[in-house]
Design a protein around this ligand. Structure first.
Ligand code: UT7
Length: 327
């Protein structure tokens, strides 16, 4: 049974924070940020906007593209590391907002690999069960609420945004999700994390004073592991399907850093002009980033029916994953 993406939508908040704005907040420069990461600006959600509000806007657009009413959805999966609350799930909050009355709902946490993970879970649910036909998956993040604005190592990297995809059974079996690969390695759990706020280190005056509720990252280590994991994962889905590098229309990697994206493409022998990049405009939006790219590709008609599009992601956990799509 084929699984197709029948609708895509995305949303970024209006407020733009440029590198020059950041120069006024921490000891950094536009030149450092641009040359080390490729980021020029990122979006910042309003104080009264939570992740589910961003997700709502993206979901609305995806439903519109798929010509579906929310009441037809069987499930909602929200991938996020910046959920509205520890519980209830952001997926439940979104369900109420869009009126997806018959959907079961849960959040999925796989950091920046979240959209790839949730797509795999949704695809498997659809393939395994006659009773599920339409599933909404989202990557949605308000990461600016989780960065330490005094830490120049991290605060220049992240931005807010949300992306939604509707997955449906496709009887024609012609498209669209051809192969996938997921992986994780918990031995590197400490190199990218928010240490406090869970059961290991509940919120206390000490954790707040030590700023342990914000994203901490060993950037250099993450960089090296990210390139290897994404390259190996992409190679697996290419080998499984027999699709070669020269057949790929777009490589859509998680938008962490343009140097990582370029290194992945180089090692896969995919030319740089086939790597979809918008990290310059949105920064690293974690689980949302691949969906923000796919929405631009869909609405800009940058891919034709039958084109091969290779998605790959890497993030905290560590987690990684790839999906090969036939557009
Ligand atoms: O989305 C999940 C996955 N995340 C990633 O994939 C991120 C992976 N890592 C990276 O993208 C890069 O490692 C960073 C962009 C985070 C850092 O780039 P880098 O080339 O690895 O720099 P670095 O960590 O080696 O730091 C180089 C220098 C350091 O100074 P010293 O120790 O050499 O004197 C940093 O303190 O740059 C300094 N630095 C900065 N300087 C100006 C770090 N952040 C900044 C900054 N502005 N914002």
């Amino acid at each position: 049974m084929g699984i197709k993406i029948s609708g895509i939508g995305s949303y970024v908040p209006e407020k733009i924070l440029t590198n020059f704005d950041l120069e006024k907040i921490v000891d950094t420069s536009d030149e450092w940020i641009r040359t080390r990461t490729g980021i020029e600006q990122r979006r910042v959600a309003a104080d009264d906007q939570a992740t589910s509000d961003l997700a709502y806007e993206a979901a609305r657009k995806a439903l519109e593209m798929a010509k579906l009413d929310a009441s037809e959805l069987d499930a909602i999966i929200v991938a996020s590391i910046s959920v509205d609350h520890i519980f209830p799930s952001t997926a439940c909050i979104l369900q109420q907002k869009i009126g997806a009355v018959k959907a079961f709902c849960f959040d999925l946490e796989a950091a920046c690999s979240g959209l790839i993970y949730s797509t795999e879970v949704a695809t498997s649910l659809l393939r395994a069960n006659d009773k599920y036909n339409k599933i909404l998956v989202l990557g949605a993040e308000k990461l600016t609420s989780e960065v330490n604005w005094e830490d120049r190592n991290t605060c220049v990297l992240f931005g807010d945004g949300a992306a939604a995809m509707i997955l449906e059974k496709d009887a024609s079996n012609e498209c669209c999700i051809l192969a996938s690969d997921l992986g994780a390695d918990g031995s590197y759990k400490d190199i990218l994390q928010i240490p406090a706020g869970g059961s290991r280190l509940p919120a206390s005056e000490k954790t707040i004073a030590e700023k342990q509720h914000y994203i901490q990252m060993e950037g250099r280590d993450v960089f090296k592991l990210a390139v290897n994991a994404m390259v190996n994962s992409c190679k697996k889905v290419m080998a499984e399907t027999g699709i070669t590098a020269d057949q790929i229309k777009w490589l859509v990697p998680h938008q962490a850093n343009y140097r990582i994206l370029k290194a992945v493409a180089q090692r896969l022998r995919i030319p740089e002009d086939k790597v979809y990049m918008n990290v310059n405009r949105f920064g690293n939006t974690s689980a949302a980033s691949i969906g923000l790219c796919l929405d631009e590709i869909a609405r800009g008609n940058y891919a034709n029916k039958g084109d091969y599009v290779l998605l790959t992601a890497f993030g905290g956990g560590l987690t990684w994953g790839s999906i090969l799509l036939k557009w």
